[in-house]
Design a protein around this ligand. Structure first.
Ligand SMILES: [Cu+2]
Length: 121
């Protein structure tokens, strides 16, 4: 049992490192008119990324490239709020109209988890 827990901890640490690396891919694209692309993976009761902060420019579209084991809904805590559905398998969900500076949570209420926090500038 103890060995299993240790193995799980290693896997989690590796995932965290991988995610951190992926996040630094494109530090300079905030402010451009291209959409911000975020890859989102739902698997069981886990989602990646999980609560990471992502900088976006005010008014910039955010494109979520979703891979999911089952259909669900993404909740964007913008003003007004947005509810975006995705299907099982691969799909693209686009968040638009985020034009007020601040922090916007993007959540899965199905999993009760924050996927990303958009830092709007
Ligand atoms: Cu919500």
């Amino acid at each position: 049992m103890r060995r299993t827990l240790a193995a799980a901890a290693v896997v989690l640490a590796t995932l965290t490192l991988t995610t951190a690396c992926g996040d630094s891919d494109s530090p300079s694209d905030a402010g451009s008119s291209d959409p911000k692309v975020i890859t989102v993976t739902f698997d069981g009761d886990a989602v990646t990324p999980s609560g990471e902060r992502v900088e976006v420019a005010s008014g910039q579209d955010i494109e979520l490239d979703v891979t999911a084991d089952k259909a669900g809904e993404i909740h964007v805590h913008s003003s007004p709020e947005q509810e975006l559905e995705y299907e099982a398998g691969e799909s693209t969900v686009t968040i638009t109209g985020i034009d007020q500076p601040g922090t916007v949570d993007v959540e899965s209420h199905t999993l009760d988890k924050v996927i990303v926090q958009l830092e709007v500038r």
